[in-house]
Design a protein around this ligand. Structure first.
Ligand code: NCD
Length: 358
């Protein structure tokens, strides 16, 4: 099936990903050349969850391309507050806008929205699940700051369970040759099994560690993340995890001279402010690369008729099946078809990727 939605960065082929990275570079080098490419086009940003960078960089990207933006950043000011379903909101907005960027706290919400949209839907984060345009931001940064996307030893540190940016990044980087991961977290916040299975399937090496200091010395990239307070069921559980990993000057002194530090931001306390002055700290640059990446993606989705994706997964509808993931959109929006992806003998929820057997 052909489509133009970016729910997972895996919707793009390598060639398409390369095209976005190259176009982002061209725009960065000569922004004025692209300042009218999207004249007359409208981007809707539907943010059901707080955001600074993602929402503003989408909006700025569209404005810098000559387009306009509509949307909300507080769903309580929209008809969502009156109980409108996701299906109805998307059906209506896709009649107004040419492209939609949506962030929602429920896993699989972006996939669900894409079913009812007549225009491209870009997933700007769906709960603890995925965040493909942050990964686009990360790989544009790696391409520019490390000069390659392969043969990198990447340390990921912090909330690897709930951090959607971590899940998206591992999914994408595990496809490039020679990459390996060091997963640094407490046992409570380790990466979900379905992400581990992806690394195993792609033959990508990974090790798990509970100690940042011991793991930092041979990394090419350190990807720090915030403990995702909003995804914890109690304050006590969050308090037990916060402040465990802090990157400071002392730990930086143990790292390679050319290691770079990334962070999707916002930062809470996991990187001390003194690290900002270290030339290896790339997180603020990273946020700017993200805007160019999003500009490139918007241009390709709106202006290049050959830029579409193929969904070749084998789907089955299992009418009475219930996705075991309680945070899945199928538990909130009951009209959604109970779609599962068949992989070998296993079925995975088409919205949130959880195995039906888990
Ligand atoms: C991230 C997110 O929203 O998942 N932020 C972002 O988009 N740059 C990371 C986070 O909130 O910790």
């Amino acid at each position: 099936m052909k489509h133009r939605h970016v729910i997972d960065l895996e919707d793009l082929t390598f060639a398409q990903l390369q095209q976005v990275i190259e176009l982002a570079g061209k725009i960065k080098a000569d922004p004025s050349k692209y300042s009218h490419v999207c004249d007359g086009k409208i981007l809707a940003t539907l943010f059901y969850e707080p955001s600074t960078r993602t929402q503003m960089s989408f909006q700025t990207a569209m404005l810098r391309l000559g387009g306009k933006t509509i949307g909300f950043d507080n769903p309580m000011n929209s008809s969502v507050a009156k109980g409108e379903s996701l299906k109805d909101t998307i059906t209506v907005v896709s009649g107004y806008a040419d492209i939609i960027a949506m962030r929602n706290p429920i896993e699989g919400a972006a996939k669900a929205a894409s079913l009812y949209s007549s225009v491209p839907v870009i997933n700007a984060g769906d709960g603890g699940h995925l965040h493909p345009t942050q990964t686009l931001t990360d790989i544009v940064t790696l391409h520019n700051e490390k000069g390659r996307l392969n043969h990198l030893k990447i340390g990921l540190c912090g909330d690897l369970k709930n951090g959607r940016t971590v899940h998206s990044l591992i999914k994408t980087m595990s496809h490039f040759e020679g990459n390996s991961f060091v997963l640094i977290s407490t046992p409570e916040l380790s990466v979900p099994d379905y992400i581990k299975e992806i690394m195993i399937k792609s033959g990508c090496e990974f090790t798990e560690s509970q100690n940042l200091k011991d793991s930092i010395s041979d990394l090419d990239v350190l990807y720090m993340t915030r403990i995702q307070q909003e995804r914890f069921s109690s304050k006590e559980e969050y308090e037990a995890q916060k402040g465990v990993y802090i990157l400071d000057k002392e730990k930086m002194s143990l790292a390679k001279k050319d290691m770079i530090v990334l962070h999707p931001l916002p930062r809470v306390d996991e990187i001390t402010v003194e690290v900002d002055d270290d030339p290896r700290a790339c997180y603020f640059k990273q946020a700017v690369y993200g805007m160019y990446g999003r500009m490139a993606l918007i241009i390709l989705l709106l202006e290049d008729s050959n830029y579409f994706f193929h969904d070749n997964k084998t789907k089955v509808i299992v009418k009475d099946a219930v996705c075991p993931n309680e945070r899945c959109i199928t538990h909130r929006e009951s009209y959604l078809p109970k779609a599962f992806v068949k992989s070998g003998s296993q079925l995975f929820c088409d919205y949130c990727d959880h195995s039906l057997d888990s």
